[in-house]
Design a protein around this ligand. Sequence first.
Ligand code: NZQ
Ligand code: ZN
Length: 388
Amino acid sequence: MLNFKFSIPTEVFFGKGQLKVVAEQVRRHGGTRALICYGSGRVKQQGIYDAVCAKLAEKGISFCELGGIEPNPRIKSVRDGVKIVKSHDIDFIIAIGGGSVIDCAKGIAVGARYDGDPWDLYLRKGEVTGALPLGVVLTLAATGSEMNGTSVVSNLETKQKLPIRMPFLKPRFSVLDPVYTYTVPPRHTAAGTVDIMSHVYEQYFSTVSGTFVQDRLAEALLKTCVAYGPVALREPENYEARANLLWAGTLALNELLTYGKTGDWGTHMIEHALSAHYDVTHGVGLAILFPAWMEFTLEKQTCDKFHALAVNLWGVAAGADRMAVAREGIARTRAFFSSLGMPTQLREVGVPEEALPAIAKTTVEFGEVGVYRKLDEKMVLEILKRAY
Ligand code: NZQ
Ligand code: ZN
């Protein structure tokens, strides 16, 4: 295990009725003029938006809004938000929604502290040392953005979808009320479950050994998804299922699993390139790509980790043929994603075969991706072909 400093500053308010803390938390972090970010009008129909506004007004916090933030959020929305922040002297950002709204809000928060175009920051061209404080009301179990410092934003003109990771982008607080996730439609419940599992896989497959505690925590989160993903699909208003998925999603990508080790993240980089070209839902892309990455990566030297996953997660009997056990674990992963209603091949989501080389090229535009398995353009293309 590697050395690490454990620090997760986001305060989480979990459970029914926790929305009541929003205004006092904004105040606590010095907010007096807030920008409320959201996606479609859904949060207004559900009453979440009005409830937040009422609490802010009670505390004398003024606010304005940025609605219409897209799934796979665009840099244009970030730019629009930065303009509002600068013209209204905003000092706190509130995101109500899933990962897309939160990531866009983070882009606005950091863009507000930068004089140039915020896209520079995603291209690693500009420098910033801080961001406006941010609070979150989460409505979808998936990305972990509610407790991490990552923002992923797309630029449709350049066909790029790029992440930034900055510790000061971690939200000051996040409200996680599982009841708000009752309305998540089946497709996004499934895609979110796949995304959570993919985050765990990205950290489970590590070049650092001796991380027993991280690995068992990882398996517990995977088991939670396997147990409760199907329940949430069958019974969208099952509190226990929604609560367990929501907390698993947060724990899967708040750095808990990565302290003391390295992750891989190659499959995420391929998926981001795929989404940049074809606007595929993140979890859907991962459901197709992860089993293909696993098949590509499984070999004698990597067999132990795949074997452990097969036995500990899927309950495959630990037979003498370790490679066969490992392969069975990968097959179970694909079958599970498929049982959630996810597609298993790129051709099913409208990607033409002739586009695969361009997606591979975009994936490695800043160099090789992946740590557990370093991937160059040729290898990425091979994975894409397997996934086709
Ligand atoms: O526009 P709204 O109304 O918010 O609708 C959303 C959207 O259409 C809807 N939804 C959310 N909560 C709902 C709901 N519908 C009904 N009831 C609710 N309670 O679901 C759709 C998808 O929402 P989105 O926010 O796009 O999903 P998700 O949370 O999966 O976020 C995906 C984005 O996050 C990025 C992805 O690449 C993608 O752009 N990621 C961010 C990460 C991070 N910041 O750490 C890491 C991830 O690996 C990922 O890359
Ligand atoms: Zn993800």
